[in-house]
Design a protein around this ligand. Structure first.
Ligand SMILES: Nc1nc2c(ncn2[C@@H]2O[C@H](COP(=O)(O)OP(=O)(O)O)[C@@H](O)[C@H]2O)c(=O)[nH]1
Ligand SMILES: Nc1ncnc2c1ncn2[C@@H]1O[C@H](COP(=O)(O)OP(=O)(O)O)[C@@H](O)[C@H]1O
Length: 185
């Protein structure tokens, strides 16, 4: 039977993780993106069960206590976590499952799934990163400030990952991502 694979996808907020993953999944529909649980409020257009499972703090804490999360972390004032059941089930079915998660969660996965392939997406510069977050127009000033403070810390940890990809030109970044994922091994 084909073996499943866990792929961790990390990078600072606004670097283009979501954009790259949407394109990757369109071209490779066999890949599965895990849907996380979060206490963050939905942005306009975000759908419960598709973008995230949006839950309150009490429910999130309950999931942590019941060990329902494979990993979890606090990010910019909210909690995020990966539901365990869907990931374990999909990998056992031979699927390639992608976790789009922040640094602390990626470190936890390194302990629990040492075989996971870990990718880090870098911005061309911090200035460009800030422009992207602002252009996206989804965050308050306070949320932007929190994300930028965290960005430097995350970028400093990029070398903990197996592969680093700079998202400057989107198409080139996508090509590099495909090359990293689909190398014969
Ligand atoms: N540890 C962990 N981080 C997550 C999870 N889901 C999302 N994140 C990360 O949480 C951070 C904030 O996500 P989000 O609020 O959607 O903001 P955005 O990255 O600015 O689009 C990002 O770095 C995500 O990769 C999860 O299940 N676990
Ligand atoms: N290579 C790129 N060049 C210019 N803008 C980009 C690029 N990749 C993504 N963006 C834009 O940057 C913003 C943040 O991207 P997004 O995918 O939401 O980031 P993340 O999921 O990492 O927070 C979006 O407005 C997106 O259209």
């Amino acid at each position: 039977m084909e073996t499943g694979k866990l792929i961790v996808f990390t990078g600072p907020s606004g670097v283009g993780k979501g954009t790259l993953l949407r394109k990757l999944l369109t071209q490779h529909p066999e890949l599965v993106l895990s849907t996380s649980v979060t206490t963050r409020l939905p942005r306009p257009g975000e759908i419960h069960g598709t973008d995230y499972y949006f839950v309150n703090l009490e429910k999130f804490q309950q999931m942590v206590a019941n060990q329902e999360l494979l990993e979890w972390a606090e990010f910019a004032g909210n909690y995020y976590g990966t539901p365990r059941f869907q990931v374990e089930e999909l990998i056992s079915q031979g699927k390639w499952v992608i976790l789009e998660i922040e640094l602390e969660g990626a470190r936890q996965i390194r302990q629990t799934f040492p075989k996971a392939l870990r990718l880090f997406i870098l911005p061309p510069s911090l200035w460009e990163l800030e422009q992207r977050i602002r252009r996206r127009g989804t965050e308050t000033e306070e949320a932007i400030a929190k994300r930028l403070r965290r960005a430097q810390e995350e970028i400093n940890a990029a070398n903990e990952f197996d592969i680093q990809i700079v998202n400057d030109d989107l198409e080139k970044a996508l090509e590099n991502l495909e090359a990293a994922l689909f190398v014969p091994c």
